[in-house]
Ligand binder design. Sequence first.
Ligand SMILES: [Zn+2]
Length: 308
Amino acid sequence: MNEKAPGTGLLGEQSAVRTMTLDDVRLTYAVDGAMGVHPHVFFPFLPAGYWEGRPGTLNRQGQIVMSVGGLLVERGGRRLLIDAGLGPQRGVNPLGAVNSGALPDTLAALGCDCADIDTVAFTHLHADHTGWAFTQNADGTYRKTFPAARYLVAEAEWAPFGRGDSLPAATPAAVLEQLAATRTLAADDEEIFPGVRTVVTPGHSPGHTSYIITSSTGKRLIALGDAFHIPAQLGNPEWPSLPDIDGDAVLAARRRLMQELGQPDTVGFACHFGDRAFGRLTRTASGRDDWDPVPATAILPAPRQLDD
Ligand SMILES: [Zn+2]
């Protein structure tokens, strides 16, 4: 693997496998694959003409680029994976298009076997965050893809599924059944891995959870999950995303997370922000909050493209 200098990518491109280090913590976007969504389908309430004025934010197909994958957190010989990608899927759907399924290969290229991960923590139970949680066997049964890992879900996220409710955009029933037998429930503000705490930020989903990772000297990274889908939602936190289930709660969650992002020495991680997943809260000349990409080393190119 070549050692390259840290850099930043483009919003309109699928994310490379980028890594950065905060003191004793190594953080790597373990990319599973490519997703593209139709802007007017996923963001039906944005001002007319918004996308037409920003062609650089879209891919060649006119879609918003949203890579999928997990954030690999390595510390003291232990490994945490936050979210598990979309899994092996390829094709078009009403939202756009996907080509995914590279996560185990990406981890292997990073020197990490699936069995080396001791904790998998989900931000929420949508299909593009749980895709690799389980692998189907030839006889139709399932096994944990990360056999040694605890699977953590916030109590508030699990509660509706525990009652038998089904929710739009959720994980397939087979995966929920497997999770019911294997998951560990986490509370708000619980330390789930050394230096990693939950922040339950509902709204996008019932118990959507962000994670704050703190290094040995107090530097922080906040894994934002799906609290934000595009950087423009930092400056316009009232702009909803199609799958959000509670707009008022989303707004409160975003305000809470932006307050955290505004603290010193704090970086954000937003898995769907094209090739700008690592970034910092900044303020534009016009006084609007925005996302300033933080340089991170691209150690592998994006493993999948939509037109592969
Ligand atoms: Zn989601």
